[in-house]
Design a protein around this ligand. Sequence first.
Ligand code: FEO
Ligand code: CA
Ligand code: CA
Ligand code: CA
Length: 623
Amino acid sequence: MRPDPAASPSISELAQRRLSRRTVLAGGLVTAAASFFGAATPPEAAAAAEAGAATGGAGRRRRLLGFPATPPSVADTVALPPGYRHQVLFPWGHPIVPSGPAFAEDASNSAAEQAGQAGDQHDGMWFFPLKGGRSGLLCVNHECTTEQLLHTDGRANWSPEKTAKSLAAHGVSVIEIEQGRDGRWHLEESEFARRVTMTTPAEITGPAAGHPLLRTSADPDGVRVLGTLNNCASGPTLWDTYLTCEETINKYFFFGEEPPPAGSVEDRYGIGSENPYPWYTTDARFDMRAEPNEYNRFGWVVEIDPFDPSSTPKKRTALGRMEHENAVVVRGRRGEAVVYMGDDTQFDYFYKFVGAEPIKKARKRGRSPLDEGTLYVARFEEDGSGRWLPLVHGVPGLTEADGFADQAEVLIRTRLAADAVGATPMDRPEWCTVQPGTGAVFFTCTNNTARTESVNAANPRLNNRFGHIMKIDENGNPSAEKFGWDIFLLAGDQASGATVPPDQAFGSPDGLWFDAQGRLWIQTDGTQPTVDGAPQNNQMLAADPDTGDIRRFLVGPPRCEITGITSTPDGRSLFVNIQHPGDSGTPDNPRASSNWPDFSATGRPRSATIVITREDGGVVGDR
Ligand code: FEO
Ligand code: CA
Ligand code: CA
Ligand code: CA
């Protein structure tokens, strides 16, 4: 564990400070809005908040969480509030077009067939509307694979074909979907449908393209790589493309019989800390003894143009290399792209990228708004202020003498650069999202049981089993280098000091998304607290960001995580992913803890995209 940059005050001191800030937040909407918008509140925003408090504020609040809470559940089902229904739209193995290869429930599909079907472990996604929103392109990430379920005989008798099938089950699906008159969604026979897998050629762009650390025997120029990997969460750009984020890259590369030395670059990137996938046993590109640089070509944010099925995915190196969770793009003060991003590892960091030139200007000149700009990492001070520290070659800590030869090395080894400038190690930053209207940035710190020695104001709990949600306020200026911050909530049960009502207790917040109405959706992945002594599965809740009210909406099947969320523009169809229901089961019984969604006697549980609608056709979440 690296030391925290700030001295560690006592837990009671921290609790006091946090409490005083929270008391202000709870003091009513006017006070809350004043505190929320900060010193430089735009006058119209403050006036609107005051008017809301005086007249319709309470009504708006009731509308935001307009459904009865779903009780905790351990059932093998998707539980929703009364009046809601769901449809399983796109499970693992579903062909990406109706004429594609049919799913074999005994997992006997070949690698070639898998490449025409939904990959495994659905994660982040985005809906790009067509024809007014009753149809659209849905981009879905496939984060990783459960080899036990992917092959008929699991991991036994590993072969090149099994490696190929596993590679084909990673990546992204682009499908075209349409809502029928009966309200149900279906896949179309679409020219846009495609799979991007771990063998799809991709281009490396931006400051690190061509760098010696990105060169391999198959690609001596360091600009072209096969595939994208561990596609965790996502984000749309402001120019109708899709960002997919490469997360846990360490588990695919075999370093050797001995792990890398402590303190090495490979160690900092987690190489050797997990049992690698068996890919390296049949394909030398995953064996670091043969190809030491291949792993440097993963851990990036990748841009895909879903409207051009022949386009080459682009790895945008200006956004840094880490265990990327998601990427949220907003427009900065000068019209430039600003991207917020978390690095999901214990004691890793929260980042933002600020583009060098306006989006329009860059695109007009044929340049990507994501290829030139400044990458920053966040430092959270004890007093509720914060700074974005630039990761620019030449600043103190990032010089040649410090071991960074150039800007490309700063980006390829982003984590080491962030260590060097004094960023604040966080309790596993996962998704972030930006509040419509205020520009406030919320992000989840999912949990961190390795925080055993010191806390700080932004990570106030030792043995943080249940996680928390942070809020950053840049006073409406995404290009700012300073910010204010607060803790939006502490998850968990009362015993762990949670700020959430006991009947709505949850843990391990991960997915996070503001819908167009301003509801904050929270998805969980990991340890859940009990409610009145009863255990519960992973879930999805909605929160009112201004009042802090929170309500459980959905509970998933056993051992799944809930991740990925997007909706039609009218908010009437909400897409959510159920990832790894039942986890991997057991070698002799893959259905040991879940058989969702097929409940077949011979099949296996499947990750899937579901669509949630209301029986009365209303906006999901509204009253
Ligand atoms: Fe892919 Fe950090 O979740
Ligand atoms: Ca996952
Ligand atoms: Ca996640
Ligand atoms: Ca997670």
